[in-house]
Design a protein around this ligand. Structure first.
Ligand SMILES: [Zn+2]
Length: 331
């Protein structure tokens, strides 16, 4: 009976010890796995941080986007740097190399996308601009302004000579749309007397709307204020402080009150000593006004109609000489 009791006690002690050992081992196992889990998590976080760092580096350096060579070199360098981080362990290095490649790929994707983006931006800008340009082209540019310092610098010593008696305040600088001989829309520059500025804006607007062709409209200063050169180049121009060719009288151009239109096809014909003289040189055949040719100003011509209806006189109507290119508004 005693023995039985002793045996029972011993058995229960053994059971308790066994359960205790089991509990301790279960506890130890669970602790160990938690530790491992924590370590894994830390590793992942570190790896993710490394990738994020690289992303930031790659995005911030604009040089890396410029050329493939630069990008490749940079990525190689980064990989080298990462490999050198011994304390991070070989697994992490491998991950970082992978992530560097991923970044590289992502970057390449960016690169392939970015030109398209740029194109899209450009094309959308063009689309935005085109309607404006079309509107401008349709309406044309017809504006006047006073003579600014910038314009003074362009004309001083040229069309605006040192002895010029016309104050700047009496002159206006115009920008006018016109259609050139090729049918293209252009913007011309004119300096004229303020007394005819509005007339010219009105006339050139009508000519433009009717697609009347004018070879070019530039300041005579672009030809060194040389009227012969300007006319030989068929340039339409107005103000030039000069005398009438072959005399000491001031031309109406000197006051900005006269304008020459397509002068090569509408020459200046005089008769010094009874001998016909045609200017500019090369335009002789256009002195025959019975001939039919483009850009000829006669009484059926729109420029003639426009200028005369605005109170201008035409040089083609003069008796002692003929100045077919010339319109002036003066007493
Ligand atoms: Zn003239």
């Amino acid at each position: 009976m005693w023995d039985n009791v002793e045996m029972k006690r011993e058995k229960s002690m053994k059971k308790r010890v066994f359960i205790l050992i089991m509990l301790i081992s279960v506890f130890l196992i669970s602790c160990g796995s938690e530790k491992a889990e924590v370590k894994e998590k830390t590793d992942v976080i570190e790896a993710e941080t490394a990738v994020v760092d690289e992303d930031i580096i790659v995005v911030e350096e604009p040089e890396s986007v410029e050329t493939d060579m630069n990008t490749a070199t940079e990525n190689d360098l980064k990989t080298e740097e990462n490999t050198e981080r011994g304390e991070e362990g070989s697994m992490e290095s491998a991950e970082t190399v992978e992530s560097a490649e991923t970044v590289k790929e992502a970057e390449n994707e960016d690169k392939t996308e970015s030109p398209e983006d740029t194109d899209e931006e450009v094309s959308s800008e063009t689309e935005e601009q085109n309607p404006d340009e079309t509107r401008d082209a349709a309406a044309g540019i017809f504006e006047k302004q006073e003579i600014t310092d910038e314009i003074k610098q362009r004309i001083n010593g040229l069309s605006y000579k040192s002895d010029c008696t016309v104050p700047y305040e009496d002159l206006r600088y115009l920008r006018v749309s016109y259609v050139d001989f090729g049918g293209a829309d252009r913007t011309g520059e004119i300096i004229c007397n303020k007394a005819i500025a509005d007339d010219l804006l009105d006339i050139f607007r009508h000519l433009y709307e009717a697609r009347y062709e004018i070879d070019k409209i530039r300041l005579v200063d672009e030809y060194g204020a040389d009227d012969d050169l300007s006319c030989a180049e068929d340039n339409t121009s107005c103000f030039n402080f000069r005398t009438v060719e072959g005399s000491t009288n001031l031309s109406k151009h000197a006051l900005g009150l006269a304008i020459d239109i397509n002068p090569f096809y509408n020459p200046y014909v005089t008769y010094p000593g009874g001998v016909e003289r045609i200017s500019p040189p090369g335009s002789e055949k256009y002195a025959d006004r019975s001939a039919d040719f483009p850009h000829k100003i006669d009484k059926n011509d729109l420029a003639y109609k426009e200028f005369t209806s605005h109170g201008f006189k035409w040089g083609g109507d003069w008796k002692s000489l003929k100045d077919y290119q010339h319109f002036q508004k003066a007493d």
